[in-house]
Design a binder for this molecule. Structure first.
Ligand code: ZN
Length: 630
């Protein structure tokens, strides 16, 4: 509500202000949040009048285009033309339109589904703010990262972005042979931040290893107040809370808002919960470093405080739920209407869908994740239990708590890492976890090995780290290779084999090092796992490669297991001089377990079913070969 009022206020300001002849706005560049729904046109300097004064939006609905001119303004960076692959805004251009008079023009292109009539423009601290509102259904599904366990990483604050090159090509910028983007592209990105200093450059170099260039996200805290028996923080963009921690003497709870900024008039101000009791609970909020705004709650009950998100995720109430009146959030009841479990390459998702926007709070401690849905009233326990059964979320619990709502509890251990996401419509809550242990009892492979002790098998997941292997539609060969290889490892280890992995995580290992690891462990055999690709989208199926003649039988054994277990074309055995199978003396094969360039096969290759079937076939082939040669 506060936000709506302030937007109305901004529009009123626009009507009454006039530009004085002396004012010249210095425009620094564009900044955008990861929802692509809040854009900042940053200025430097201070101004008597509002930059929004006199701005008229020109809308061209047929082209999904909106442009406007900023009078009395100079673009101090070079002109920018940025493309986005998520959110409502597809492209934004800013340039010096004329120099006499000085006019800067901003042109934006929107997604076909976005209604450009709902576009809003405002002014925050001399920055021009463009907000896309009433997002269409498609964007209402867009998930925002609301909570994260892990420490900040520069690259995590960036969102995939496509930069236009001179050839008018909108493909992602291509890495050169040194895995670096060209200088020109880096400069373009830096200009997107209106910065060109060295520290910023370093952050960009860190993120350049991914296949898309990333752009900074943003939450702008516009006001902080004591309200509704908690501390209300409201702003623009969306907040992401990092794992909270406790300080003692006095007891304080610390919540860091990553990649955020704060209105100067609230920076480092202390606000008491009750203005008549300055010794009671209080909050202090301020800039901690260039990326983090830190919220510190001082209270004897500091540990009870938790962040409660508004359904639009733009406001946070930091509160002790015990202080809140039982009917605080009762205006609109929200029932859980759907549950969904989804397995990803290295994470597991669980999503709850509500019939109405939900007010929710999050609490994370060493052993548990608790999520409170304060205005939630009903859920179907049978459907819930059926959904989590046989998934890594088997220990998840829901409970209806009197005067609170629904509480979700997820038991955790130290290897789990949690992220939560919320959809733009306020109705979908998602947990993303790593290393949750599956409750499924896995079936053991048919073939049983005898006395495998002492024999080492080397499993080589192809590529890794900065070497992505083949990439299609955001799916990386290196990730599939690793997932399948790890499953082969665990099957073999359960059978008593010693398994040496050339890598166990997403790291770069050179081909030479892979061979060194292999030859130094004096193994029984070597299996390298890869996913195939080609320019065409038609080819699919399985290939097995060997080079030395002592590897033909191993190749045959694994290949026939794979082609028997997996329904995809058998493309046959190949004698190929691949480095890793040429430089190993023991029987060595390189498996191409499918084509990432074929849409259907790529979709299959990321499923648990296909990966498990592949891993089992490979393990069975290895065990059968072993039994024939022990
Ligand atoms: Zn490969």
């Amino acid at each position: 509500m506060k936000k709506i009022l302030s937007i109305i206020f901004l529009f009123i300001m626009m009507l009454f202000n006039t530009v004085s002849a002396e004012e010249m706005y210095k425009i620094k560049g564009i900044n955008i949040d990861t929802t692509s729904s809040v854009i900042f046109i940053n200025t430097i300097g201070t101004y008597q009048t509002s930059i929004t004064n006199g701005i008229k939006l020109v809308k061209i609905p047929d082209e999904h285009k909106v442009y406007f001119d900023i009078a009395s303004s100079v673009l101090i960076s070079k002109k920018q033309d940025l493309f986005f692959n998520s959110g409502a805004i597809k492209e934004i251009k800013i340039s010096q339109f004329t120099t006499n008079p000085n006019i800067v023009r901003v042109v934006m292109y929107f997604d076909d589904n976005y209604n450009i009539d709902t576009l809003k423009i405002g002014n925050i601290n001399n920055n021009l703010v463009i907000m896309t509102q009433e997002l269409s259904d498609k964007f209402a599904q867009f998930y925002q990262n609301t909570y994260r366990d892990n420490e900040k990483l520069a690259e995590d604050y960036y969102n995939p972005l496509i930069i236009q090159t001179e050839t008018n090509n909108t493909q992602p910028a291509v890495l050169n042979s040194n895995n670096k983007y060209s200088n020109k592209e880096l400069v373009q990105i830096q200009q997107a931040f209106g910065e060109s200093n060295a520290s910023n450059y370093k952050e960009l170099v860190r993120s350049e290893l991914s296949d898309n260039i990333h752009l900074r996200s943003k939450y702008y805290i516009n006001s902080v107040s004591s309200q509704n028996k908690g501390f209300l923080i409201s702003g623009y963009g969306y907040p992401t809370i990092q794992k909270p921690f406790v300080l003692t003497n006095p007891t304080r709870m610390v919540f860091d808002l990553v990649n955020s900024n704060i209105n100067q008039s609230y920076n480092n101000k202390e606000i008491p919960l009750n203005p008549n009791n300055l010794a009671g609970d209080k909050i202090k909020i301020g800039r901690f470093d260039s990326n983090i705004t830190r919220i510190v709650v001082t209270s004897e009950n500091a540990k009870q405080y938790l962040p409660i998100f508004s359904p639009d995720n733009q406001s946070l109430l930091i509160a002790n739920p015990a202080n809140l009146a039982s009917n605080s959030f009762s205006a609109n009841r929200a029932n859980i209407i759907r549950y969904k479990y989804q397995k990803n390459l290295s994470t597991d998702d669980f999503t709850l869908t509500f019939d109405n926007p939900v007010v929710w709070g999050i609490k994370r401690n060493t052993d548990n994740l608790y999520v409170y849905f304060f205005n939630a009233a009903q859920y179907n326990d049978t459907i819930f239990k059926n959904t989590i059964n046989n998934t890594p979320y088997g220990d998840l619990e829901l409970a209806l708590l009197k005067n609170i709502g629904i509480r979700l509890t997820l038991p955790l251990n130290s290897s789990n890492e949690i992220n939560t996401y919320f959809s733009g419509d306020g109705k979908n809550f998602r947990i993303r976890a790593t290393n949750l242990k599956s409750k499924v009892k896995k079936e053991t492979p048919v073939v049983v090995a005898t006395n495998p002790k002492g024999k080492t098998i080397v499993i080589d997941p192809g590529h890794g780290g900065s070497d992505y292997g083949a990439i299609r539609e955001g799916i990386n060969e290196k990730d599939i290779n690793l997932d399948v290889a790890k499953q082969v490892q665990s099957i073999l280890e359960r059978k008593g084999f010693k398994v040496k992995m050339t890598r166990t995580n997403d790291m770069y290992v050179s081909l030479e090092d892979r061979c060194k690891i292999t030859n130094s462990s004096n193994p029984f055999l070597f299996v390298s796992i890869h996913v195939n690709s080609c320019v065409g989208t038609e080819p699919k199926g399985i290939e097995t490669h060997y080079y030395h003649d002592n590897s033909i039988e191993l190749a045959n054994t694994i290949h026939s297991k794979m082609t028997k277990e997996i329904k995809t074309p058998n493309r046959g055995l190949f004698k190929s001089k691949f480095y890793v199978i040429n430089h190993t003396s023991v029987p060595a094969v390189l498996l191409e377990i499918g084509f990432i360039s074929n849409d259907k096969e790529r979709a299959e290759l990321v499923t648990k079913r296909r990966q498990q079937a592949t891993a089992e076939a490979i393990a069975e082939g290895i065990i059968e070969y072993f039994n024939n040669h022990k």
